[in-house]
Write a protein that binds this ligand. Sequence first.
Ligand SMILES: [Fe+2]
Length: 176
Amino acid sequence: MPHFDLDRFVQQLCEAAGEEEAVKKVREVMTGAFRDPGSIKSAMPEYENDDEILFEDETVSIWFVRFMPGLHLPPHDHQTTAMIGVYDGAENNHFYLREPGRLVHKSTRRVGPGDVISLKPDGIHSVEAADGKPSRGIHVYLAKLTQIERSLFDWDSGEPRPFTDDNYYAMKRIGP
Ligand SMILES: [Fe+2]
């Protein structure tokens, strides 16, 4: 198994994102790389920020994402396909559906080292670190995420709100 090389991985994702079957191709690159999460872990630097944009253009955004214990990222969508791979620790991804006047929790998926999951553009999830330990992963979005108008959803009513820093800080949950 070749050692993980971040520059090469970014290059492969860019090429895959430009193909006709981008979702399938990007998924193949992700699952290929995350077959060896230990190699990713030993190659990735420890970033100062909990999220760091590794690359973005019009077709793909590649983020390093760390979740620290005690923070629960509120329910949100992406308005583009999202793929999450974890190489250290684990994320608990909680999935929701909107029903009139409420947000309904449907399932929870623990995403641990080597796992890759995909979310459809209208998929809604909230995320927190599992097991009281930090999680580290690479999140890939098939568009320029920073320019997408997407939503946070009220924990109870499911009411959408613009995904702004202010709304995010007002809605995030802190605690064990
Ligand atoms: Fe997300």
